[in-house]
Design a protein around this ligand. Structure first.
Ligand code: AMP
Ligand code: GLY
Length: 430
């Protein structure tokens, strides 16, 4: 079976790399892909700048011409715009939820409502459509809050505030100055929680849930968790923060009630349900839902996954997840993200990248491209997050050191990365 993967990040490179290992997998197409995906399969340009009949008919036509039987949708934007709804047909399976289910990520106000009704533990919060009312609320509020644009804002529409002044400024930025555009039409203001954050990803086939190994992402740009939030600077798996009992609890208190609540509204969820959780003194609480694999969480997960990803994805599409078996490499995988100087702010593309082959030749090291492209026979930067360097080892410190050592072999003008991925657990008091 040929496969089409929509997206251009490290997540899509890692998914394609893993799918390609399946005996059933034929050609893998990526749209638009990057310099790394071109070595797994073929990059193609399908215009999905808008999701409408014309653009999606062209994708269906492409799939027919190229005998594609499965489309894997990586990022949230096409999912929330209804790409899965438009492509799904008897001869074409789609991995990724339909539009209604994707609102769990695209509409934080609705997501909050679903959680509240299903009694899923989450931060106390209120939703505002009126800026004046939101301002009055934060002025009257004494404890620290988090201000969130309710719509999709590339992971940037969340402002964690220390006091009322910062909260006022955040409400203004979201609702009045419209820094995140339409995403700020509605604003969610919630209590600020504290604790370690974990990413729990689960495959869901509408009914059955299969939880993947627990991961921890590092969202802030600077070492020691400082500076603004990014899409993710590095992740490792498994994390010792989650033992079997905690995993069962998360499944019971979070994942199962959420999928059941959707079913009660006749919304079928098929794909990856990703709960961003904070482990608070009062137990795990949901910060947000995503409706896709996390990036970079997906990359270390794929290097540890044993078994046939294509078979698993097809089982999700067919509602037969209870019939597949997945197991994991026992080792720890650590992913370090190499970025362009200036990210998550302004940066310049087109910097020549060297040392890729040398780094990839290291044992148990895998390199997944994100913001890269090929130009005149060279690989050059083409985005803020450029490369994902994953290393496997028996423990987290060794995996992290190996990933850092591989990063050292790679160079491009302005390159930077966090050397401290995993420190949040490695530095924990025993
Ligand atoms: P989100 O996109 O909603 O996951 O938020 C992005 C980041 O903001 C999270 O990874 C957390 O670090 C932080 N955050 C979100 N909600 C809260 C909250 N209620 N309390 C503390 N931090 C939060
Ligand atoms: N790594 C965070 C995300 O994918 O949203």
């Amino acid at each position: 079976m040929n496969v089409l993967i929509i997206g251009s990040g490290g997540r899509e490179h890692a998914l394609g790399w893993k799918l390609k290992q399946s005996k059933q997998c034929g050609k893998v197409f990526f749209s638009p892909g990057n310099a790394g995906t071109a070595s797994v399969g073929q990059n193609v340009k399908l215009d999905l700048s808008e999701i409408n009949t014309k653009t999606t008919d062209a994708v269906v036509w492409f799939c027919k011409q190229n005998k594609v039987g499965l489309v894997v949708i990586g990022p949230e934007d096409p999912l929330s715009a209804g790409l899965a709804d438009r492509l799904t047909r008897p001869e074409l399976k789609v991995f990724g939820p339909k539009q209604a289910a994707a609102q769990l990520e695209a509409d934080k106000a609705w997501s909050k409502k679903v959680m509240r009704e299903a009694a899923v533990p989450t931060a106390e919060g209120r939703t505002f459509t009126d800026a004046e009312a939101a301002l009055r609320y934060v002025q009257a509020h004494e404890t620290p809050v988090v201000v969130k644009a309710a719509g999709l804002a590339k992971g940037k529409g969340v402002i964690v505030c220390d006091n009322a002044e910062q909260a006022e400024a955040a409400v203004k930025a979201v609702m009045i100055d419209r820094e995140f555009g339409e995403a700020g039409d509605v604003c969610v203001i919630e209590e600020r929680l504290s604790g370690q954050e974990v990413s729990i990803l689960a495959l869901v086939d509408g009914r059955n849930i299969f939880v993947l190994e627990p991961t921890q992402d590092h969202k802030q740009v600077g070492e020691g968790d400082t500076g603004p939030n990014t899409g993710g600077m590095g992740a490792y798996t498994p994390t010792p923060l989650i033992d079997d009992a905690m995993m069962m609890r998360i499944q019971r208190e979070v994942l199962v009630p959420t999928v059941d609540a959707l079913r009660r509204e006749e919304i079928e969820f098929k794909g990856v349900l990703y709960a961003g959780l904070m482990l608070t003194a009062g137990g795990p609480k949901v910060l947000e839902y995503n409706v896709r694999f996390g990036d970079p969480e997906c990359q270390p997960l794929m290097t540890r996954l044993k078994g046939d990803l294509l078979e698993v994805m097809l089982a999700v599409c067919d509602g037969k997840l209870d019939q597949v078996d997945l197991s994991w490499d026992k080792r720890v995988a650590c992913c370090v993200v190499m970025c362009s100087g200036g990210y998550p702010g302004k940066y310049t593309n087109g910097k020549v990248i060297t040392g890729l082959d040398e780094a990839a030749a290291l044992p148990d090291v895998y390199i997944f491209h994100a913001g890269t492209k090929s130009e005149n026979g060279e690989v050059v930067t083409n985005g803020g997050r450029v490369l994902n360097v994953v290393a496997l080892a028996d423990d987290l410190p060794t995996a992290r050191d190996k990933a850092n050592a591989a990063c050292e072999k790679i160079a491009f003008d302005g390159a930077f990365y966090r050397h401290d991925i995993g420190d949040r657990v490695l530095n924990m008091k025993k």
